[in-house]
Write a new protein. Structure first.
Lengths: 595, 164
């Protein structure tokens, strides 16, 4: 590696990429060359830095200065000031949303300060397309230790000591899963990586694959050694082209270095990895469905037992682990299981990566120790709710999860505790909703997702979720009846008892958790024909409240159908004949005068 | 492979048939490769006409009902031709919370498209996709290869007007 004075770690994750990383990179390289700094300053495109909200972002090493919202046309100024004259540019520092105070150092920014990085320890520090960068940060040392110094039993034991639980959602102890598979008789076994991250609002696995693909490859090598498998598949979402590209590069490089293929590191152990692209089916995140899909069939789950550890892919013993779980493994082997278990709560050890999004300032990816409270995550790391709006609920666990309201915000991040308040840990999507979110509409949204993705194999899920959706749609359309609440309760209970797979069994959760905490909203829709959050268009009258109207005319200017009648200094009136209920006026009115 | 009789289809050219034959030949002996073949063939032709599905099933030595069963299960595969420009709107939770629904309704009304459908003049196809994983930019739409963040019912039409 070339020695340089300064490295510019420019974020090349999907978020920053689409807000302008390529143009910024080009501008940086051009300017650095023009200033004659090519020998001293090097631009490195890294994986997702995590702070997507303020992209494109860049970290200057070794100073640790963090620049945000970079614009190609300001780059010449930035290069001249900082890298030629040594004066960091305040304009691109992070600004506190409320106090407007600027913070230059990355580790002083609250978003980063509360995090504890294990899985994401390399994020923004290495070039994910260069294996040497990964090795320089102790990469593949865990695999070397596992292959050269440890027996398969010792590997399983170490993972059991760490008490790590599957990060894909259900939280099954990884070590026990491996033990089952390692004791299963058979010469042919498989290691699978589940990178079919389907939960809407979750992008942890994508970011890990983009920022540190080698960690997943290394985790798979160790897993293969533990159960004595020689073939592995990574089942990746086709919607993640960048992640797939980087994985391919990582696998090729690992092969060149003798870390994959025949006789790895001279130990006589063989292991190969193949990437299998999914084709867009949410249910394929379920383990038995995923295996069917790799076999080239319709991705439908089957009843268990037999469990995949005995009969999985092609009827052979198989282990399936989530991306984040596998990315944890190299460090567990290298530093020991008890090191890993030193962080966390009684039943949940280690750290968890969350994708924070929705109505919150600091949208992005974060890794926190288990046991931290949701309030800390949302207010200290996430920076709270923008536009001075009130917090309403946080949704955890994707479509199978639930909404947690204000009164339970002090719940710690822990598998059992989160289940107690009616959600699940899930894979790590965390969506914050402010007071303008209608919870009935939210339940309808998730049910629409689930009934669409239901594979249709078992009746409770296929028919039940469709019926739930119909009832919710009826309520949102203002046609709800008092008996609907009872039907929702009853139907949910039946689905929960009788569906075949994880998708179906948890399908009613969004309804159950909103009914539990926001029953009053359902009642307002049904009895008063009113949507308290004003999101259900059918329940809005599209009239202007003369008391609140400031006669500004914003609604008039933006109405696409000229349905708003307004003159200067006069209160606006909406012509209901012309109104198409597109909600544009509603969004544009800053004073909430349209109801 | 070239001596095989290709079914007549207006949307599939000779060059395309060649690529299709190559794909089938490369994957013929691999078990479970049908999804890969369907994907690559769809990339070539842009959608999967019935004739093509029959042809693939013969090539892979599978029954055409099996291949159709797989193709209809996964949302990636389309049996209808696509428009000149593909609009993908993200229906992930974050985008939904931030108001993508209004932008979709506006698009549907203006161009007379249904979700999952194509406009009469084949200018646009509209697809609602599950989370694109770009929640930081929510609400997100992708037109062809360009990603647009923070879209709303008021700016979506301006964006779409750039695509003829």
């Amino acid at each position: 590696m070339k020695k340089v004075r300064t490295q510019l770690m420019l974020c090349g994750g999907t978020g920053c990429h689409s807000t302008g990383t390529p143009a910024v990179r080009e501008a940086l390289e051009k300017e650095i060359e023009q200033q004659g700094l090519s020998e001293e300053v090097q631009v490195v495109e890294t994986g997702c830095n995590g702070f997507c909200a303020v992209g494109p972002v860049m970290l200057v090493q070794p100073d640790g200065i963090f620049y945000q919202k970079l614009d190609p046309k300001d780059i010449p100024y930035l290069v001249e000031e900082h890298f030629l004259k040594g004066r960091p540019v305040k304009k691109f520092f992070y600004k506190e949303p409320d106090s407007k105070e600027t913070i230059p150092g990355m580790n002083d920014i609250p978003f980063f300060a509360h995090q504890q990085l294990r899985v994401m320890r390399n994020k923004g520090l290495i070039d994910p397309e260069v294996i040497d960068d990964y090795i320089a940060r102790d990469g593949y040392f865990g695999a070397a230790k596992a292959l050269q110094e440890m027996t398969p039993e010792q590997i399983v034991e170490e993972v059991k000591t760490s008490q790590i639980r599957g990060r894909g959602g259900a939280g099954f102890p990884t070590g026990i899963k491996w033990e089952f598979a390692s004791k299963s008789p058979g010469d042919v076994k498989y290691v699978l990586c589940n990178a079919d991250e389907g939960d809407p609002g979750a992008f942890m696995d994508r970011s890990i694959l983009e920022a540190d693909p080698h960690a997943v490859v290394e985790g798979m090598i160790i897993a293969a050694r533990a159960i004595n498998a020689h073939k592995g598949y990574i089942y990746a979402r086709t919607e993640y082209p960048l992640a797939i590209r980087r994985l391919n590069i990582a696998i090729t490089q690992a092969k060149e270095y003798g870390l994959l293929g025949k006789d790895i590191l001279g130990t006589g152990f063989d292991f190969e990895i193949e990437i299998y692209e999914g084709a867009g089916a949410f249910v394929c995140g379920e383990e038995t469905a995923l295996m069917r899909s790799i076999e080239g069939k319709r991705g439908m789950p089957r009843p268990r037992p037999p469990f995949p550890a005995h009969k999985g892919l092609w009827e052979k013993p198989t282990i399936l682990n989530n991306v984040e779980t596998l990315a944890n493994i190299p460090q567990i082997i290298l530093n020991g299981g008890s090191w890993y278990a030193s962080v966390g709560t009684e039943t949940s050890k280690g750290t968890k990566v969350f994708a924070l999004s929705g109505d919150i300032y600091n949208i992005g990816l974060l890794e926190v120790p288990m046991g931290i409270s949701l309030r800390t995550v949302i207010y200290d790391i996430g920076g709270g709710i923008p536009k001075k709006k009130k917090f309403k609920a946080v949704q955890l666990g994707g479509p199978s999860g639930g909404c947690i309201p204000e009164q339970h915000l002090d719940t710690p991040v822990d598998y059992e505790e989160i289940t107690k308040v009616g959600a699940i840990m899930g894979s790590g999507g965390m969506i914050v909703m402010d007071e303008n979110t209608c919870m009935v509409d939210m339940a309808r949204f998730f049910m629409d997702f689930i009934q669409d993705e239901s594979c249709g194999k078992c009746t409770p899920c296929r028919e039940g979720t469709r019926r739930l959706l119909q009832i919710l749609e009826k309520i949102c359309d203002g046609k709800g009846e008092p008996s609907d609440l009872e039907s929702l309760d009853k139907l949910s209970a039946i689905i929960k008892d009788s569906a075949l797979c994880g998708l179906g069994l948890t399908a009613p959760n969004p309804v159950l958790s909103t009914l539990r905490y926001f029953r009053d909203e359902y009642e307002a829709h049904i009895y008063e024909k009113r949507c308290p959050a004003k999101r259900c268009a059918a329940l809005l009258k599209f009239e202007v409240d003369p008391e609140l109207c400031t006669k500004c005319g914003a609604c008039f200017r933006h109405c696409p159908t000229e349905a708003v009648i307004w003159k200067k200094k006069e209160i606006a009136v909406i012509d209901k004949e012309k109104c198409i209920k597109c909600m544009t006026c509603f969004e544009k009115c800053k004073f909430g005068s349209i109801f | 492979m070239s001596n095989k009789i290709h079914p007549q289809h207006p949307d599939i050219t000779v060059d395309m048939w060649e690529k299709i034959d190559e794909t089938i030949a490369a994957n013929r002996s691999k078990p479970g490769s049908v999804i890969t073949v369907l994907r690559e063939c769809q990339n070539v032709v842009n959608y999967l006409p019935v004739e093509l599905i029959d042809y693939i099933s013969q090539g892979l030595n599978l029954s055409s009902s099996d291949v159709f069963g797989v193709a209809s299960f996964y949302s990636l595969f389309s049996f209808e031709p696509k428009g000149r420009h593909l609009i993908k709107v993200c229906m992930g939770t974050a985008c939904y919370v931030k108001g993508i629904k209004e932008a979709i309704d506006r698009t549907c009304n203006t161009y007379q498209i249904k979700e999952g459908g194509t406009s009469e003049d084949r200018r646009f196809s509209l697809e609602a996709v599950r989370c694109l994983g770009a929640c930081g930019l929510a609400p997100v739409a992708v037109v062809d290869q360009d990603i647009y963040g923070s879209i709303s019912s008021s700016n979506i039409l301006e964006i779409l007007e750039r695509y003829e």
